[in-house]
Design a protein around this ligand. Structure first.
Ligand SMILES: Nc1ncnc2c1ncn2[C@@H]1O[C@H](COP(=O)(O)OP(=O)(O)OP(=O)(O)O)[C@@H](O)[C@H]1O
Length: 334
């Protein structure tokens, strides 16, 4: 298989995108830490209403890209527009009207450990809408908690009292606090067991469709990519080397893309999805069975791609402890 050159065309021509349909536009992005260049001349468009999966090897800069878009990382060069407005070089105050239109679920949830779930959900409400107080604040928080599938009695609980899956949902409830149009999810299923991951995927898809969201979703989870992503952007060589549907990406003659989507784990994910479609039942209870069946089919037992990343980030599955990055939790206040 031939090497994919850095100048290989994207699946779609970015300049042909209709600007009204583009929620995030990144052009010529460069990020460097000292001598270490993470992104160089990176371009990306995220279309309105899509779930865009963002994949790439470990350390290719997926999280740094997300942090650049949401203003937690100042790029060395390049332009970023969100909702048609430039964000690079503008103060937090200047971007207030943009920031209140998005929500972020950081890796591990990044919940404030000293606040209850309901209080965590109220953090962005208090920041952006200080006029909302009392019962209304409580009612909105309760509604968001239930919306993400948590039981109503989860509101008064502290993060340490929640399972891994519940923490993700609590983080999602906070990300949805401001009724965002745009949602950033950084490895939302990392550390979850297959059933929990499938349920979270199903929740993401149904909220996206119901609320008309646009979703920027970083993941290592092939099942998530196949199950809910409309398109996938591939990060390599410091840029987005390709973007398109999985079928479109599979048509590309690129070693990493072929190995990633068409390797044993990719085929496992395809087989799992095929079984789900064949069962035509509910997604959540069947996916784990399907994964097992598919793994036996292709002789693979390990689907730990996401979990390796989770372990590096201090996330444990099930009832384990999630230790948010303080900076990211603090980012919720900005
Ligand atoms: N604040 C920082 N200072 C220095 N280097 C950083 C900083 N943030 C990220 N990096 C480096 O940038 C690179 C990309 O990091 P990033 O977290 O974006 O990778 P990633 O693609 O999300 O990886 P993973 O899939 O493992 O989560 C890594 O080499 C990381 O060490």
């Amino acid at each position: 298989m031939s090497e994919f050159s850095a100048t290989a065309p994207h699946v779609r021509d970015l300049d042909a995108e209709d600007s009204d349909d583009v929620v995030i536009r990144v052009r010529g992005l460069r990020n460097a830490f000292g001598d270490s260049v993470i992104h160089d001349n990176l371009d990306l468009d995220v279309r309105r209403g899509e779930i865009l999966g963002v994949v790439g090897g470990s350390g290719t800069g997926k999280s740094v890209l997300m942090r650049s878009i949401i203003g937690l990382q100042t790029p060395t060069e390049g332009e970023i527009e969100v909702f048609g407005q430039p964000t690079v070089g503008r103060s937090l105050e200047e971007t207030l009207n943009i920031r209140r239109r998005w929500g972020v679920l950081f890796q591990g949830g990044a919940l404030f450990s000293t606040l209850t779930v309901a209080e965590n959900v109220q953090v962005p409400l208090r920041e952006f809408y200080p006029e909302i107080t009392g019962d209304l604040l409580d009612d909105i928080a309760s509604y968001k908690v239930v919306m993400t599938g948590l039981p109503p009695d989860a509101g008064p609980k502290y993060p340490s009292e929640l399972s891994g899956g519940m923490k993700k949902r609590a983080g999602l409830a906070r990300a949805l606090a401001l009724d965002p149009e745009l949602l950033f999810l950084d490895e939302p299923t990392a550390g979850l067991d297959p059933i929990g991951a499938a349920r979270f995927d199903e929740l993401t898809r149904s909220l996206t469709d119901t609320l008309g969201l646009t979703v920027f979703l970083i993941t290592h989870d092939l099942d998530t990519l196949y199950a809910i992503c409309d398109r996938v952007a591939v990060l390599a060589d410091k840029k987005v080397i390709a973007i398109g549907t999985i079928d479109e990406l599979l048509a590309l003659d690129h070693e990493w893309i072929q190995e990633y989507f068409n390797g044993p784990r990719g085929r496992t994910a395809i087989a799992a999805q095929d079984k789900i479609k064949a069962d035509a039942g509910t997604l959540a209870p069947t996916r784990a069975d399907a994964v097992d069946t598919a793994q036996e089919t292709v002789g693979v037992r390990d689907r730990s791609g996401g979990n390796e990343a989770a372990e590096r980030n201090g996330i444990e599955g099930g009832g384990g402890t999630v230790r948010p990055r303080d900076e990211e939790a603090e980012g919720m206040r900005r």
